[in-house]
Design a protein around this ligand. Structure first.
Ligand code: ATP
Length: 250
């Protein structure tokens, strides 16, 4: 029998009064795949990720992660997941090592010192382990946040704009780290991104949102072909503006 998808979302919605932040979306991600959640500002990406993490209660619909119902059995699946976002800060006055140690203990990581040493090396953050987190640059903070997200070697990694505000070199390094992690671990990745070259490089699958609804799905290559464009940047503009095969649909 085929393995169930790592992430299954069915008719998921989140309403805030009259605002339909997420409006009946369904998609699934097979184990070991990297899926991009795309869409313009306010399309519903962050809201979707927050519901996958069980941080927000859906208005309707279902989420199964690693075959567990979220939010009902969130506690069963959370130890096998993690999350990184440049918009979530760690305590500023604690050093990087202290921050990572606190999270490692929270996650029940065994051999904390060894895990920190490995991540320090792999993410090239060991040089600032003893510095307060608040004194780091945006790019350094992003690498530390990613280290936090990899502490428990998650099977499901959710990433909200993993390379936002990074210079091209730092962004490239983060992408290489993510690719290496996935190859080593077979983890499933879901990432919200505004960077279309990142999507082409990392993602097997794209779910494109507009106003809380799914407006296109496929591999980057399929979408580029379907829209007759040269890259995902052009496809994104077409879909975000409601253009399909050269025709405005709304
Ligand atoms: P961005 O790319 O700008 O980060 P996004 O795709 O992540 O956007 P969301 O943050 O999921 O978008 O927001 C989707 C919609 O839901 C937006 O219209 C937003 O204003 C609305 N929204 C989100 N949270 C709330 C809330 N707590 N109360 C009311 N409306 C909300």
């Amino acid at each position: 029998m085929a393995e169930p998808p790592a992430i299954e979302v069915e008719d998921l919605s989140k309403h805030y009064g009259p605002v339909r932040a997420v409006d009946g979306i369904s998609f699934s991600v097979v184990r070991g795949a990297t899926c991009a959640l795309l869409g313009g500002n306010g399309a519903g990406k962050t809201t979707t990720i927050a519901m996958l993490l069980g941080l927000l209660l859906p208005t309707g619909g279902q989420i199964r992660i690693l075959s567990e119902d979220v939010p009902r059995h969130r506690q069963r699946v959370l130890p096998r997941m993690n999350f990184s976002s440049p918009y979530v800060d760690l305590p500023q006055r604690l050093t990087v090592a202290e921050n990572l140690t606190v999270y490692a203990r929270l996650y029940g990581v065994r051999h904390v010192r060894e895990r920190l040493a490995t991540l320090g090396r792999e993410l090239d953050i060991d040089a600032f382990f003893q510095r307060p987190y608040g004194s780091l640059s945006a790019g350094q903070k992003t690498r530390v946040a990613l280290a936090k997200a990899l502490l428990n070697q998650p099977e499901i990694l959710l990433l909200d704009e993993p390379t936002a505000s990074l210079d091209p070199d730092s962004a490239d390094r983060i992408r290489a780290i993510l690719t290496d992690y996935q190859h080593q671990s077979g983890a499933t990745l879901l990432l919200a991104s505004h960077n279309m070259s990142e999507v082409e490089r990392l993602c097997d699958q794209v779910v494109m949102l507009r106003a809380g609804r799914i407006v296109a799905t496929g591999t980057p290559r399929e979408l580029i072909h379907r829209y007759g464009r040269k890259d995902m940047e052009e496809v994104f503009l077409d879909i975000a503006r409601g253009i399909q095969s050269g025709e405005v649909v709304e």
